[in-house]
Design a protein around this ligand. Structure first.
Ligand code: NAP
Ligand code: MG
Length: 403
């Protein structure tokens, strides 16, 4: 059988622990037998990041800008325990944070639905894709405790030294707390464009919500920027694509989301996105069935699984014990990247292969073959729990029939 050819490379970012084990198996069983893979390989495993003083992460992000498409394995974000475990020179920053800052991207997360795993909200028959604005607000705040008798003010100093002041609160009756937060119009604009571009790319409606009735300057600015960019740059394109932009208050949005059937993108401010993405992931069943894509405002795409390196399974694997780790989100990261590569290069064969890879994966689970996490959730009657490798082998066999 002739393998599918690629004209342009994609960027491949390897990672850590159980997902690194899966990465190799997945390539060997599901990609390399079918595709003459052209990739520029970056090892973002923690050892290599430490060895290169994290330069490898920066290089991989720059390569992603150059080629336009990347696929990334889950990576360890170091903490104190990892310092000792890996004998690190420094507590290196989260690779995802570094890559996101270089690409100025927005993260979109979407669940993968399969028969037999019913969302906790049974009317959610289509995915709800969450877009989180990953800059500013409470995540870059300044906080203080305030003693009774103090007055707290906002003070902005202009370049010429002049000041503008506004009272936050006069703490005459009690001690208290205050918090200062900010955002940037440039960042909100990038977020808006990434959301509208992704909606067009996916041909999905997009919802956005803030608390603009209460926060008449801060949140209202988010609303205004979205509306202005939509009216000036996207209105016509949305009409042609037959999709809509819908703005509402955050509490109204939450109520509508629960009543909906899914099938749209929900753009969220930073905190809302943090909280709601965990709710959506849980409600759809499993973190192992959640894909994630980072989209930059100029149309660069980085695909990955939403979950981490599955450390607990890796330690079992190291002890020689059998694991049953779900590779679906990582497979969909690969299919997403290959499809996007194919679309960018006008390579229909590659686009078709991505669809077949996803179909083979879903068909495998719907035929009853699944990993332990899904086995616990699935309502199928003929279900069978398999180990990490057997699951990939079963998908390979299905794929070989249709590819
Ligand atoms: P995790 O890797 O997402 O795993 C947490 C638990 O969720 C697992 O122990 C497992 O539960 C379940 N799980 C997650 N993915 C699964 C899969 N594919 N198949 C089956 N079960 C799955 O989170 P963590 O253990 O908190 O974090 C481990 C490392 O990942 C950390 O060093 C963290 O920094 C990193 N991380 C990286 C990313 C990223 O690169 N995007 C994201 C998050 C975390 P059971 O043990 O009950 O089976
Ligand atoms: Mg969260």
């Amino acid at each position: 059988m002739a393998k599918i050819q690629m004209t342009t490379p994609l960027v491949e970012m390897d990672g850590d622990e159980m997902t690194r084990v899966i990465w190799k198996m997945l390539k060997d069983k599901l990609i390399l037998p079918f595709v003459d893979l052209k990739s520029e390989y970056y090892d973002l495993g923690l050892e290599k990041r430490n060895e290169t003083d994290d330069q490898i992460t920066i290089d991989s992000a720059e390569a992603t800008k150059k080629y336009g498409v990347a696929v990334k394995c889950a990576t360890i974000t170091p903490n104190a325990a990892r310092m000792d475990e890996y004998n690190l020179k420094e507590v290196w920053k989260s690779p995802n944070g570094t890559i996101r800052a270089i690409l100025d991207g927005t993260v979109f997360r979407a669940p993968i639905l399969v028969k037999g795993i019913t969302p906790y909200i049974p009317t959610w028959t289509k995915p709800i894709c969450i877009a989180r604005h990953a800059y500013g607000d409470v995540y870059k705040n300044t906080e203080m405790k305030v003693k009774k008798g103090c007055k707290a003010e906002l003070c902005v100093t202009a370049e010429d030294g002049s000041e503008e002041r506004s009272t936050i609160f006069d703490f005459t009756k009690s001690d208290g707390i205050i918090q200062g937060i900010h955002n940037l119009e440039s960042s909100i604009s990038s977020f808006a464009r990434a959301c509208f571009n992704y909606a067009l790319d996916q041909k999905l409606d997009i919802w956005f919500a803030t608390k603009d009735t209460i926060s008449k300057t801060y949140d209202h600015t988010f609303k205004d920027i979205f509306q202005e960019i939509f009216d000036n740059e996207y209105k016509d394109k949305f009409e042609q694509a037959g999709i809509t932009y819908f703005y509402t208050l955050i509490d109204d949005a939450v109520a509508r989301v629960i009543r909906s059937n899914g099938g749209y993108i929900w753009a969220c401010k930073n905190y809302d996105g943090d909280v709601m993405s965990d709710m959506i992931a849980t409600a759809f069943g499993s973190l192992a069935m959640m894909t994630s894509v980072l989209v930059s405002p100029d149309g660069v795409y980085e695909y990955e699984a939403a979950h981490g390196t599955v450390q607990r399974h890796y330690y079992k694997h190291l002890k020689g014990e059998e694991t049953s780790t779900n590779s679906v989100a990582t497979i969909f990261a690969w299919s997403g990247a290959l499809r996007k590569r194919g679309e960018m290069d006008g390579n229909q064969e590659l686009v078709d292969f991505a669809g077949k890879l996803e179909k083979a994966t879903i068909d495998t689970i719907e035929s009853g073959i699944m990993t332990g996490d899904l086995y616990l959730l699935s309502t199928l009657e003929n279900k069978k729990k398999v180990n990490t490798e057997e699951f990939l082998d079963a998908i390979h066999d299905k794929l070989a029939e249709i590819a």
